[in-house]
Design a protein around this ligand. Structure first.
Ligand code: NCD
Length: 304
């Protein structure tokens, strides 16, 4: 593996190996000799709090030098200028480019045009993929539940625009899940249901929650839709918000996940986000060893 662009079609063995490696890093903490002398560049064309920080901490714990290139306010355009940016960065002998972009497949485009040995890691492209989030969500679920085969997993919220939902479904399906329920109001359901073949799709959140083992809540991605699609916050919470009453419809020990950023009172009640079934901070914590595992895998190909 040279790049990590998507989890689509990634074999179960490969995902399991990354999760096992992440568990080993979680137990062991730092391993600063592993990427000593290597340079990793964070190239974020979209805002990010946890993903960028988590990549930075992960790279440092492996001993790499990290450079943060904040492009969110610049007007870097696609085409020639991005190619120039890429080659300029490559000339500085980078080992990995961690890319977040609002256009689908931009990390793939960079990987195709990279002419050195640089590895491209997708930190979220448009609505298409967020592979490290898919991996950390899988790890968070696996820590308490082990096997995915018998799990009922609900993903509720802005499925249409969610790269997290897509990468989660790819990871969970590869790991053997076959009861994945996607729930949203019609305007936020996927335009092409074939993209999520194998998942149940519903607008009825209460019904979807019945006997669920895992409930993943998603933010409404206002930045990816026309204002006309947007429901009012209070109407949305009434129908699709996860509060304690609704959570009681799931299994008593159901786990609640959310990739963040949270909008309390819109898709999730504070009492649930802060409650005993919430795994939200475990997800954040798991982000670091998962990203350590990915970087170790891509940048030290000969290591076991
Ligand atoms: C998500 C993202 O950016 O795709 N957040 C994250 O990376 N933790 C989800 C979101 O922005 O709603």
């Amino acid at each position: 593996m040279r790049h990590l662009l998507t989890l689509e079609n990634m074999p179960r063995a490969e995902i399991t190996r990354l999760l096992d490696r992440a568990e080993a890093f979680r137990a062991r903490g730092e391993q600063r000799a592993l990427l000593a002398g290597r340079t990793v560049l964070n190239l974020f064309f979209e805002n990010s709090t946890r993903t960028r920080t988590s990549f930075e901490i992960a790279a440092r714990r492996l001993g790499a030098d990290v450079i943060n290139f904040d492009l969110s306010r610049s007007s870097t355009a696609k085409g020639e200028s991005l190619l120039d940016t890429l080659h300029t960065l490559e000339a500085m002998k980078l080992d990995a480019l961690i890319v977040r972009h609002n256009e689908n497949r931009m990390p793939d485009w960079l990987a195709e045009h990279a002419n050195s040995m640089v590895s491209v890691i997708n930190a979220g492209d448009g609505s298409r993929a967020h592979p490290t989030q898919g991996l950390l969500d899988a790890l968070t679920i696996r820590q308490r539940r082990g096997d995915f085969e018998n799990l009922a997993i609900v993903i509720c919220g802005d499925i249409r625009h969610s790269r997290v939902a897509r990468s989660d479904v790819h990871a969970f399906t590869a790991l053997g899940a076959h009861d994945i329920r996607l729930c949203a109001p019609r305007a936020l359901l996927p335009e092409d249901a074939n993209e999520f073949s194998g998942c149940a799709i519903t607008e009825d959140f209460d019904a979807a929650l019945e006997s669920a083992d895992v409930v993943i809540m998603l933010r409404i991605q206002k930045e990816r839709m026309a204002a006309a699609l947007l429901p009012a916050d209070s109407d949305y919470f009434a129908q699709y918000g996860l509060d304690l009453r609704r959570l009681a419809l799931a299994k008593p020990d159901a786990q609640v996940l959310h990739p963040g950023p949270l909008n309390r009172g819109v898709e999730i009640a504070g009492e649930v986000a802060d409650g005993s079934q919430s795994r939200i901070l475990d997800q954040v914590a798991n982000g670091v060893p998962v990203r350590m595992a990915v970087m170790a895998e891509l940048l030290t190909p000969s290591s076991p």
